[in-house]
Design a protein around this ligand. Structure first.
Ligand code: ZN
Length: 296
C-alpha cells in the first residue's frame, strides 16, 4: 500500500500542467463547437484554469509560507481587474482602433506579413513565438535599464509566489507590454480565433508560472516558461533573478543564454532586497516614481 502511495506521490507533480492546459484548450474548442461566442470560449477556460490551480494550491502547495492571505488577494484582485482586464480594453479602444482607422485612411495594409491562411492552431503558435520574442527583450531591458526596472520592480515586490500575483504589474508597464504583445498583432489584422487561442494559453500558462503548487515540468522546462524556472526569476538574489525572462516560452532564453535551472537546490527568499517596499495596490502606483526604493 505504501509503495502504491509513493508511486502516486511521485507521479502526481508531473500531471497538473499538461492536464489542466490540455483541458483548458479542449474546453475552448468544445465551447466553440457548441456554438457559443468567442468571448465565452476565451474566458470560461481561463476561469476553469484559475479554479483548478486554486484547488491545487490549497491541497498541494510547494511552500506553505507562500500561501496568500486575504490582504494579498485583495491587492492582487485590484491588479487583476484594473490592470489586466480594464486597462487592455481601454488601450484597445484608445490605441488599436485609432491606429487601425489611421492606417486604413492611408491605405496601409500588412497582408504579406502574416500567414492568414494557416490553421488557427499553427497561427497561434507563431503568435506565441513572435510575441514572446518581443516580450523577452522588453523584460530583459526591464531588468537592465534602471528606469524600466523601477516599473518592473512592482512585479518582483511580493515575497511569495501564488497564481493571483501574476496580475501584479504597474499600469504603465502593462501599457508597454500591450505595445509589444497585443498591438502589433491587432494591427496585422490577425483573426480573433487566433487571438482567443493565444489568450487561453497565455492565461493558463501565466497562472501556472506563478503558482504555489508542488509540480514538475520535466522536458517542458526546455520549451515552456513554467513555475520551476520562473521561481528563480523571482529570487531576491539578482544573479538568479536576471534569468528566465520568457513570458510563455523559454526558447528565447535558451537562445540568448539566460536559461537558468539549478538542479541541486531550491530558490530561497523571493522579492526585492528592500523588504520594506510597499505592497498595497495604491502605494505601488507611486513607487516607480520614488528614486532608490526599487532595489533588487
Ligand atoms: Zn522580471
Amino acid at each position: 500500500m505504501s509503495n502504491k502511495a509513493s508511486f502516486y506521490d511521485r507521479l502526481f507533480p508531473w500531471c497538473p500542467y499538461p492536464l489542466v492546459m490540455a483541458a483548458g484548450i479542449g474546453l475552448h474548442y468544445l465551447i466553440l463547437h457548441w456554438g457559443f461566442e468567442l468571448t465565452t470560449a476565451t474566458y470560461i477556460p481561463a476561469i476553469f484554469g484559475a479554479g483548478a490551480i486554486t484547488f491545487l494550491e490549497i491541497y498541494y502547495p510547494q511552500r506553505k509560507e507562500w500561501s496568500a492571505n486575504s490582504n494579498d488577494v485583495l491587492n492582487d484582485s485590484a491588479y487583476m481587474v484594473i490592470v489586466q482586464i480594464v486597462l487592455p480594453r481601454v488601450l484597445s479602444f484608445a490605441l488599436a482602433i485609432t491606429l487601425l482607422s489611421y492606417l486604413k485612411t492611408r491605405n496601409m495594409t500588412f497582408d504579406s506579413w502574416w500567414p492568414y491562411d494557416w490553421p488557427v492552431f499553427v497561427q497561434a503558435l507563431l503568435m506565441i513565438l513572435s510575441a514572446d520574442f518581443l516580450r523577452y527583450w522588453l523584460h530583459r531591458y526591464s531588468h537592465e535599464w534602471p528606469l524600466l526596472w523601477r516599473l518592473h520592480a512592482v512585479h518582483h515586490s511580493p515575497h511569495k509566489l501564488y497564481w493571483v500575483n501574476v496580475a501584479r504589474f504597474h499600469p504603465i508597464e502593462k501599457a508597454l507590454q500591450y505595445l509589444f504583445d497585443a498591438l502589433p498583432f491587432i494591427v496585422l489584422g490577425i483573426a480573433e480565433e487566433v487571438l482567443a487561442l493565444y489568450f487561453v494559453f497565455y492565461s493558463i500558462n501565466g497562472f501556472f508560472q506563478h503558482c504555489n503548487i508542488k509540480l514538475r515540468l520535466g522536458v517542458l522546462n526546455y520549451i515552456i516558461s513554467g513555475p520551476e524556472l520562473h521561481r528563480w526569476h523571482h529570487s531576491m538574489v539578482a544573479r538568479e533573478s536576471n534569468q528566465n525572462y520568457g513570458n510563455n516560452l523559454i526558447v528565447w532564453d535558451l537562445l540568448f543564454g539566460t536559461w537558468f535551472l539549478p538542479r541541486e537546490r531550491q530558490v530561497n527568499l523571493l522579492g526585492l532586497t528592500n523588504r520594506n517596499y510597499p505592497l498595497p495596490f495604491i502605494s505601488q502606483l507611486k513607487t516607480p516614481f520614488i528614486k532608490g526604493i526599487e532595489q533588487e
